[in-house]
Design a protein around this ligand. Structure first.
Ligand SMILES: *[C@@H]1O[C@H](CO)[C@@H](O)[C@H](O)[C@H]1NC(C)=O
Ligand SMILES: *[C@@H]1O[C@H](CO)[C@@H](O)[C@H](O)[C@H]1NC(C)=O
Length: 454
């Protein structure tokens, strides 16, 4: 389904990152780095930390460094030439943990979500329900960095998580969503972002990523796991007939490439968003999806920090459905488990040994929707399976709650600039406030319909 021109465009993104020599102030090494490891004349590759070596002006200075620096020096030399190596097994000692990123870590609880939950629970008069509601504050979700203004919160959480890890002796893992592409949400309207391609969007996006990287770099003891850009690549698989998506294609690819490379440079474990069973899980979409994700992975240097894909983000599908919802008729991959089992081999055959995470935050109740594509504030939804690495599948690293349940998917106010008619369908709870803001009535249903119960 993709044209040769499309892949030519993809491949054209590659040379900048496999140049023989890195530019002055460019990256030249570090854990997960597979780009150039030598520097342009007049500069020397110097190890700044385990994750980042940089081409600095002048000759090499002997580092007065710790053992971690020397281990990373060796990674720089052993990494040379890996840009063209594709064997997933040929990893050096500098590569990240091969296994599950959650292993050995405790997930940091977002204070922001905990505060939303506390306020939401306090507004419930039924004391039994209020107590169940309050307990949700202990369940980890992801922090959505959906605008530059959220980045200072990341710094606060990292610092807090670092201190917590030191005081408790249990290392902390912080879960974030990278979500600020220019012309974001190209096939819908509810989550339009702050950047536009026509107005310097790509440069602004790179600035957004740079600021996130600068924060993360300061706290190497906190592990960070990121979901990369919900819906964006899936829209490039199926929605290029939408003008805004066609216009955004090149920019999305360049921006996602930048995010993957920069976040890998500071040791962030990443899962690219891959829609859900009812989107890319249709048999006709599996191969084009696998080709795109594998190409994006390859263009980003096949870093081992790019663990794989996130599915069902902010959606409602079951991981394993007791029986197919009638709306899934015609798709043999009617739940996330079937979708993942179908997609993984296609990815592997394209050279991407991906593992998965699956959002089950709002998947507690099934058979609620009129149509599978309905995504906005679905009536009757309940909190789902709690986050766990005990997933029953070696392909699935963790069940997660990516969407903080209780935050709105989109407004039902037809006068709002971000109004999407999906949010006024008969299966969407109304009236609904703007995307991302607290939706108390929805939260109360999630609590009372939680499965397993709270
Ligand atoms: C985007 O693609 C999905 C999956 O094919 C489709 O259901 C949806 O209608 C498309 N959206 C638009 C706005 O065309
Ligand atoms: C709906 O949106 C319009 C335009 O933003 C706003 O003026 C109006 O107050 C909103 N109505 C409600 C009920 O929120």
């Amino acid at each position: 389904m993709k044209s040769a021109a499309f892949f030519a465009a993809l491949v054209s993104l590659l040379p900048a990152y496999v140049a023989a020599q890195a530019a002055e102030y460019g990256q030249c090494g570090g854990i997960g780095w597979s780009g150039a490891t030598t520097c342009v004349s007049g500069t020397t590759c110097q190890v700044l930390n385990d994750y980042y070596s940089q081409c600095l002006p002048g000759a090499a200075v002997p580092t007065s460094s710790s053992s971690s620096h020397s281990s990373s020096s060796s990674s720089v030399s052993s990494a040379s030439g890996t840009a063209t190596s594709s064997a997933p097994g040929s990893t050096s000692s500098s590569t990240p943990t091969a296994g599950n990123p959650w292993t050995g870590y405790e997930v940091y609880l977002s204070p922001y979500y905990a505060a939303e939950i506390a306020a939401g629970a306090a507004a419930i008069t039924d004391s039994t329900l209020a107590a169940k509601a309050a307990s949700v504050a202990q369940i980890p979700t992801f922090t959505w960095l959906d605008s530059v203004s959220k980045i200072p919160d990341l710094g606060t959480y990292l610092s807090d998580a670092s201190a917590l890890g030191k005081s408790t002796g249990t290392k902390q893992l912080l879960q974030i969503v990278i979500y600020d592409l220019p012309d974001r949400d190209c096939a819908a309207k509810a989550s339009n972002g702050e950047f536009s391609i026509a107005d310097n969007g790509e440069a602004n996006y790179k600035g957004y990523i740079d600021q996130i990287v600068a924060q993360i770099k300061q706290f190497p003891d906190v592990r960070v796991v990121a979901v990369i850009e919900p819906d964006s690549l899936a829209n490039l698989v199926t929605n290029l007939s939408v003008q805004k998506c066609a216009n955004a294609q090149t920019t999305y690819l360049a921006c996602v490439n930048y995010a993957l490379i920069q976040l890998a440079s500071v040791g962030v474990y990443m899962y690219m968003d891959a829609g859900h069973a009812g989107w890319l899980g249709w048999p006709a979409n599996l191969t084009p999806a696998a080709q795109l994700f594998a190409q994006v992975y390859s263009n980003a240097g096949k870093s081992s920090f790019i663990k794989g894909l996130a599915t069902n983000v902010a959606n409602y599908n079951a991981l394993v459905a007791a029986s197919p919802d009638p709306i899934t008729q015609g798709n043999p991959n009617y739940d996330e488990s079937l979708y993942i089992n179908a997609l993984a081999p296609a990815l592997q055959s394209q050279g991407f040994p991906a593992t998965f995470i699956v959002d089950q935050g709002r998947s507690g109740q099934q058979n609620l929707r009129q149509q599978w594509g309905d995504w906005c504030n679905i009536k009757g939804a309940g909190y789902g399976t709690r986050p766990t690495t005990n997933t029953g599948s070696s392909l699935i690293d963790s069940i997660v709650w990516v969407k903080p349940g209780g935050e709105c998917d989109g407004t039902s106010n037809s006068s709002s600039p971000r109004y999407d008619s999906t949010c006024s369908l008969s299966d969407a709870l109304q009236p609904a406030p703007e995307a991302g803001t607290w939706f108390q009535a929805y939260f109360e249903t999630l609590v009372s319909a939680a499965n397993p119960p709270l």
